[in-house]
Design a binder for this molecule. Structure first.
Ligand code: SF4
Length: 337
């Protein structure tokens, strides 16, 4: 997949549209005799980042690392256990339900499975118009006009407006999901694995559509995926998550050319190399991802890290800015040693 995020790269402004600080989502596990206060799943455990207006932040990590939980928590689709989420400077974790409803129109989500994220009994036109109807955003005539405009803008035809989801392909239905998310002209769109269920050729079309729409409307994306080629294609900056925490955050190019955290290096090294001349010594991980019910003490990655030293088992590294401008959570500065 070719990289074309440079076209939008310089358009992200310095102004943060979203500021997330120490976000936590812990689930209490149910035991056989009721609720146990001691056993918790630490799905997200102190995550901080910001997204500028017009910027795409990629959030990448293995399945189960907590990245989808971050996406749902910051839209308040699930209630965070702790931390703050500021949209344009206002902490939406502490607003009234009524105020939160107004913020929701500015923060939309596109889901992984286009079939399961729509009502199969609604027409495509009604699905796209649903947010406009819910927020009474325009008169019926204006809503219809906006649906016609959006459906053309996402590469579908007006004749699709009267069809039902089962009459659409996966790629077409994902375009419907994007159109629905854009109907209210949001400031932030959370895209959760939006192309992983699509064929590779359709993936590129949908990614390019998302980037064109960002160029045109200037909104921001939090782009959640496990796929490094996808995140490289679309992101301005990338945050890497492991077991509920961000372990590295950097500009796209810096992260791919000079990963500073051992986990980021292992993720990049796990990607297939098509040209054997470019094969180099790879950092391969052993062992499984630990259970988030009982995450390792110290650095959560120490049970799988080939660079681990005694300090790593005792002291948790903090996400700090390195000389290169990356943010990384690792006690070791030079991974060559
Ligand atoms: Fe590895 Fe230690 Fe760095 Fe954690 S802090 S990533 S265990 S070297």
């Amino acid at each position: 997949m070719s990289n074309s995020s440079d076209s939008t790269k310089n358009q992200a402004s310095k102004h943060p549209v979203l500021e997330v600080a120490d976000l936590k989502k812990h689930y209490v596990l149910r035991s056989g005799i009721g609720w146990s206060a001691r056993k918790k799943v630490y799905a997200v455990d102190g995550v901080s980042f910001s997204i500028r207006a017009g910027e795409t932040l990629g959030l990448v990590g293995e399945s189960g690392c907590g990245k989808s939980t971050v996406g749902m928590s910051l839209l308040m689709l699930i209630e965070p256990t702790g931390g703050t989420v500021k949209y344009n400077g206002v902490d939406i974790t502490r607003t009234s339900k009524q105020a939160l409803r107004q913020y929701r129109r500015h923060m939309q989500m596109v889901f992984q499975d286009p079939y399961n994220s729509v009502n199969p009994r609604m027409t495509i036109g009604d699905i796209i118009a649903e947010p406009l109807t819910n927020f009474k955003a325009a008169s019926k005539r204006k809503r219809q006009a906006r649906v016609q405009r959006i459906i053309r803008r996402v590469g579908l035809k007006e004749e699709h407006i009267g069809k039902f989801p089962h009459q659409m392909s996966g790629g077409q239905l994902q375009r419907v999901g994007i159109a629905r998310a854009l109907a209210l002209k949001p400031g932030l769109v959370v895209c959760d694995e939006v192309v992983s269920a699509l064929d590779v050729s359709v993936q590129a079309q949908v990614l390019n559509l998302l980037m064109d729409l960002q160029d045109e409307y200037g909104f921001s994306y939090l782009f959640i995926t496990h796929d490094l080629s996808v995140v490289e294609h679309i992101s301005h900056r990338i945050a890497v998550m492991y077991l509920g925490k961000i372990v590295e955050l950097a500009d796209r190019r810096a992260l791919f050319e000079n990963p500073l955290h051992p986990y980021t290096r292992a993720l990049l090294d796990a990607a297939p190399v098509t040209d054997p001349r470019h094969r180099k010594k790879r950092l391969l991980l052993s062992g499984d991802v630990p259970n988030p019910v009982n995450p390792p003490k110290g650095c959560r990655f120490h049970t799988r890290c080939p660079f681990a030293i005694e300090r790593c088992r005792i002291e948790e590294p903090v996400l700090e800015k390195a000389d290169t401008g990356h943010f990384k959570a690792c006690h070791i500065d030079d991974l060559q040693q």
